[in-house]
Ligand binder design. Structure first.
Ligand code: ADP
Length: 164
């Protein structure tokens, strides 16, 4: 059985992420969406438990997709799944440079591990979690940026942030 791991911080999950996850779910038998705690990303908008709940709500429609978390290195995490492939989305040249470097680091830690890249859907090449956080902080409508099921939750959170 083929297995894809779609990693990311998903703070929050966007339509761009969902596009990569749904395409992976068509190509692979099973998909794990792994929410990584990234030490470089300061001050997350959502706690890990909130991100897990949001991603679960959104991927519920795919029977072969499940959600997991990891606070370690992706290359180490992947070792527990024989033959798993990392699937990542590529938006622009800037993504490529970073991913190219990460791929080499992952190979050093786990030489068996392969990474595959899906080019971003052109509708979502502009989209990132940080863009969503920025737009949300101004109280703008998030429809078209994030999955419908979680629009209200993110707008609520952004409202609380603005009141701080
Ligand atoms: P972001 O870059 O939005 O903060 P993550 O760190 O959670 O998000 O990214 C996880 C993965 O999702 C990465 O492989 C990234 O390239 C991919 N990704 C993020 N946004 C998009 C998008 N709009 N289209 C395609 N892939 C994306």
């Amino acid at each position: 059985m083929s297995l894809a791991i779609c990693p990311g911080s998903f703070d929050p999950i966007t339509l761009g992420h969902l596009d990569i996850i749904s395409r992976s779910a068509q190509i692979f038998d099973n998909v794990i969406v792994c929410i990584m705690f990234n030490s470089n990303k300061t001050k997350p908008m959502f706690a890990i438990s909130e991100r897990v709940e949001m991603v679960k709500k959104v991927v519920e429609r795919f029977p072969n997709v499940r959600v997991d978390t990891s606070d370690g290195l992706l290359a180490e995490y992947a070792k527990q799944f024989d033959g798993a492939v990392i699937v990542k989305g590529l938006r622009a040249a800037s993504d490529f440079e970073y991913e190219f470097q990460m791929n080499h680091i992952n190979k050093k830690i786990n030489p068996e591990l392969e990474t595959m890249f899906l080019t971003a859907n052109e509708k979502y090449t502009f989209l990132s979690s940080s863009v969503v956080r920025e737009v949300a902080s101004y109280g703008a409508d998030l429809t078209g940026f994030v999955p419908r099921e979680i629009v209200d939750e993110i707008e609520e959170k952004a409202k609380l942030w603005r009141q701080k």
